[in-house]
Design a protein around this ligand. Structure first.
Ligand SMILES: [Zn+2]
Length: 167
């Protein structure tokens, strides 16, 4: 009986991972807490190693771990409070000025990012369609609070569209 229950729980956790972090590898959902307004998701990066952003050396030596809470896109009409446990690695290179660094999750987080990549791209799309104040207003309807200058900054940070070479 207990074995069955554990299997059912594992199944639920796997489905949650698929639902909340599709196409993002090495991430485990630890818990999901839902109330009327907010979905609180506790997750953990399970990457065994990362490349140092300073010198590129691969490291699997975990220095420590800590919680990050990047703002995430709302889910099913509720705000999402993401609590992501990330690992700090030690750089193995003696030539490198950087002693430790944080392993990033491509597609989910970036250095110094206060938002997940999906929230960032949603807001940038809103900003492209409705710059500045109107964009900030629509974002607040979507349940995300953001200033008009931040909307514009996200649009500025988008890569330039590729112009096909003329024949
Ligand atoms: Zn390094």
């Amino acid at each position: 009986m207990v074995g069955l229950k554990v299997r059912a729980m594992e199944e639920v956790v796997l489905r949650l991972k698929e639902l909340l972090f599709p196409s993002i590898a090495d991430i485990a959902v630890l818990s999901v807490d839902v109330n009327i307004e907010i979905v609180r998701v506790e997750a953990q990066c399970t990457t065994v190693g990362a490349a140092c952003p300073g010198c590129g050396t691969w490291s699997t030596r975990v220095h420590s771990s800590f919680l990050r809470s990047p703002a995430d896109a709302p889910s099913a009409g509720r705000g999402v409070l993401l609590q992501l446990r990330v690992r700090r690695f030690r750089c193995r290179s003696t030539m490198c000025a950087r002693r430790t660094f944080v392993g990033q999750k491509p597609g989910l987080t970036r250095r110094y990012g206060q938002r997940t990549e999906r929230l960032r791209s949603t807001l940038a799309a809103v900003g492209l369609a409705l710059a500045g104040r109107a964009g900030a207003r629509l974002a607040s309807v979507l349940g995300v609070s953001i200033s008009r200058s931040t909307v514009l900054r996200l649009v500025d940070a988008l890569p330039e569209p590729e112009i096909p070479p003329r024949e």
